[in-house]
Design a protein around this ligand. Structure first.
Ligand code: SAH
Ligand code: SF4
Length: 370
């Protein structure tokens, strides 16, 4: 008996890699253009659908390649229109993807890792531990599944996904190459054609990877800051002990100044009652951010069972916002969306076969999915 040959999954290949793949098969590079459109614009996963290629080529492809997306195990729409998918990535692991419609705009929140190896104290993903990085196919596969859910599109109809934020489970900059490949597909005209300004990486501050990103990409940037000084940030984002605030903001400046256009970074600030929500924190933040082209997004903390933190009152959050606005910063408060289906920021948990043993410290046994 011959062993089954592992087929190459074409789903996660950006144009350059698909071209190289066809060349290695002795085929013309322009086949990549056709295949990209079939897979990403028309949602095809069967080579027989690709009718502008000869039958012989399709048969040849079937022997060595496949288009394999994640399996949807759960798909629910919140009463506010937010839609959440749970996608199985392998036998023991799944991740969550959320689509947030808002007028003309549809923002898809995409996961980059199964769990997260960092351990921010206010984040439920972190509490579940970490299993592995997602492949490029598993990352773009989330966009592929979400887009397919709206096919066929109405002619001249609204596009369901206009923006992508890498703000689901995981730290995207710790899965650098796969995240970059997937984001290139998001921006590729032959695939999803989303503008570079509307694809956003969110990071808790992995400085060397942020500098590398500046060399290969020009997507938009969100920095998860959450505190105006190192003492407080060390408690919330343990990575801060390695990459403190001043260095992180300097790296943010470098990234922005390397972009071909003028753009602002988004500073994310999860507001937690009696932790980082006091007026003096807002004043200190205004000083720390001075001179950085940025806008500030306040995210009222979303509670989850294993956390003792609390969401601040709307008054406290508005008072915080007002101080920053008066200091000259465009500051918005993120409205909580989809919390009736646990789809809000920081509530995404999926199913993680934890390799770090961290989850045992935090999650009661009966609550872990079998
Ligand atoms: N690892 C990346 C991206 C995923 S987290 C990062 O940290 O930036 C996406 C955003 O959700 C971050 O700004 C994070 O701080 C925020 N978040 C995490 N847990 C939250 C919670 N419980 N309530 C509100 N926001 C939360
Ligand atoms: Fe990881 Fe981001 Fe959650 Fe921190 S906030 S544990 S970096 S997913």
């Amino acid at each position: 008996m011959t062993a089954a040959v592992e087929k190459t999954n074409l789903l996660g290949m950006p144009k350059s890699k698909l071209e190289a793949f066809f060349e290695s098969m002795g085929e013309k590079r322009f086949r990549a253009t056709q295949v990209l459109q079939w897979i990403h614009q028309r949602g095809a996963d069967d080579f027989d659908q690709m009718t502008n290629m000869s039958k012989a080529l399709r048969e040849k492809l079937k022997l060595v390649a496949e288009v394999r997306g994640p399996e949807v195990v759960y798909d629910e729409t919140s009463k506010d229109g937010t839609r959440k998918w749970v996608m199985r990535m392998d036998s023991g692991n799944s991740v969550e993807t959320v689509l947030i419609p808002d007028g003309e705009r549809g923002t898809l929140c995409v996961s980059s890792q199964i769990g997260c190896s960092l351990d921010c104290t206010f984040c439920s993903t972190g509490k579940r531990g970490f299993n592995r990085n997602l492949t490029a196919a598993e990352i773009i596969g989330q966009v592929w599944v979400a887009r397919k859910a709206f096919m066929p599109f109405e002619p001249n109809g609204d596009r369901p996904i206009t923006n992508v934020v890498m703000m689901g489970m995981g730290e995207p900059l710790l899965n650098f190459d796969n995240v970059v490949d997937a984001m290139n597909l998001m921006m590729e005209d032959l695939a999803y054609g989303i503008s570079k300004r509307r694809v956003t990486v969110s990071t808790s501050g992995v400085i060397p990877a942020l500098d590398r990103l500046g060399e290969v990409s020009d997507v938009s940037l969100a920095i998860s800051l959450h505190a105006p000084n190192d003492e407080l940030r060390n408690q919330l984002v343990p990575l801060n002990k390695k990459y403190p605030i001043a260095d992180l903001l300097a790296a943010t400046r470098r990234y922005l100044s390397g972009l071909p256009d003028k753009r602002k970074a988004t500073i994310e600030y999860t507001v937690i009652e009696n932790m980082n929500d006091q007026p003096e924190h807002a004043h200190e933040l205004a000083v720390v951010l001075r001179g950085l082209p940025c806008k500030i997004n306040l995210i009222p903390f979303n509670p989850f069972p294993e956390s003792d933190f609390r969401r601040p009152s709307m008054n406290a959050t508005r008072r915080f916002q007002k101080i920053l606005n008066e200091a000259g910063y465009i500051t918005t408060i993120r409205t909580t969306r989809g919390d009736d289906i646990d789809a809000a920021c920081g509530q995404l948990v999926g199913r993680v076969e934890d390799r770090t043993k961290r989850s045992q410290r935090y999650i009661p046994v009966q609550q872990m999915t079998p």
